[in-house]
Write a protein that binds this ligand. Sequence first.
Ligand SMILES: Cc1cc2nc3c(=O)[nH]c(=O)nc-3n(C[C@H](O)[C@H](O)[C@H](O)COP(=O)(O)OP(=O)(O)OC[C@H]3O[C@@H](n4cnc5c(N)ncnc54)[C@H](O)[C@@H]3O)c2cc1C
Length: 398
Amino acid sequence: MNLDFTREELDFRQEVEEFTRRELPPNWDNQIVFWPGGYGTIPIFETEFQEVAKEFSLKLSGKGWARLAWPEKYGGEASVMKAAIVGNVLSYNRAPAGGVASSIVAPSLILVASEELKKEFLPKIADGRAGFWLAYSEPNAGSDLAALKTTAVEDGDDYIINGQKIWSSGAHVTEYAWALVRTDPDAPAHKSATLIIIPNNASGVTIKPIVNICDIHSFNEVFFDDVRVPKKYVVGEVNQGFYNVMLALQFERLTIGSGSFRRVLDELIQYARENVRNGRPLSENNQVRRALVDMAIEIEIFENFYWQSVCMLEKGKVPEIEASALKLVFTELSVKLANTAVDILGPYGLLDKDSTRAPFGGRVGIGYLDSISGPIGAGTSEIQKSILATRGLGLPRQ
Ligand SMILES: Cc1cc2nc3c(=O)[nH]c(=O)nc-3n(C[C@H](O)[C@H](O)[C@H](O)COP(=O)(O)OP(=O)(O)OC[C@H]3O[C@@H](n4cnc5c(N)ncnc54)[C@H](O)[C@@H]3O)c2cc1C
């Protein structure tokens, strides 16, 4: 296996880097506090960054870069590698791009949805007009998603939806729910649910904010009261929702800001070069040097694993256990990086973003809090390990 980039790929990367530096708003980095691997500090989930995000999405779309991995039939180039290069550069620069619609909904629609749905949604996703949130978790259905209670009952050409979702990231700034609902209460759990698209502006949808540990409104609780949705918005087959969500989850576990760790590492190295503690440059402090080396090695291993998964996708294989392993490594690394950053910066690292003395605009203190969300969202670390034990190692189910 050859993980070297071709000349063409390197040139493309440079083009994307120049575009990103040119198109990001001035001082963008000081406005946001995004932490790699966390779910609570993603700028596109915040109301105040919607305008910037929409403008940036349009520019990306104008370049054709929002749909690079899609088949040519749907306006793409069928190049997972080029899409991953764009994702890597954007995440290094903490750009307000990506999100559920392009990284999870679009690839799932392409694989399982009707042509009618693809025609309606893919163009809107490509230029940022259709944003989505994931409506899976409920107050009593998280890891055990099969316990979900939100119902969809047939009524002529429609379904009538009733129930509650929770931890709904970005529901307040998007247009549609990508929702898992129960369509057959009598069938066994895994053959009773259906994936359906619910417009946020449908009558009976109520979105209530939940402020997260970082004091940011990134997620919500959402109530569906007699919400009428046309049957044509069903994604894939009725009562096959769990299989379709498992597929979408594999994409979610792969949608990680692959370049975002290296950015923090580069910044910490720079900080160690430029700062002095107890009269000595931090860069000469052995504890700091060892911590940076440990991080650099872990990030290198993660990146190799990431590009290996990209190569798999490029060959047309959907990474399954790799997606779980990558999500596990990525989010656990987020916590380790936050701990390392706090160790290197000392007490200053925990200062709030409003403090003038907070290094990196307070990103580390908030990142330290947000890093714990990574190992929970999109299936907890325990659930990923359980998947890896059975599907990866062939151990018996418990
Ligand atoms: C920041 C953030 C954003 C989120 N965004 C979304 C979103 O946009 N849409 C959405 O639908 N959901 C979202 N979630 C919800 C997330 O998917 C759930 O929190 C997660 O699946 C865990 O479910 P739970 O919170 O109900 O915890 P539980 O399932 O109750 O788990 C509690 C603990 O028990 C452990 N546990 C549970 N079952 C097992 C088992 N079988 N074996 C071993 N250990 C087990 C878990 O690992 C965990 O440590 C988000 C969560 C967070 C933190």
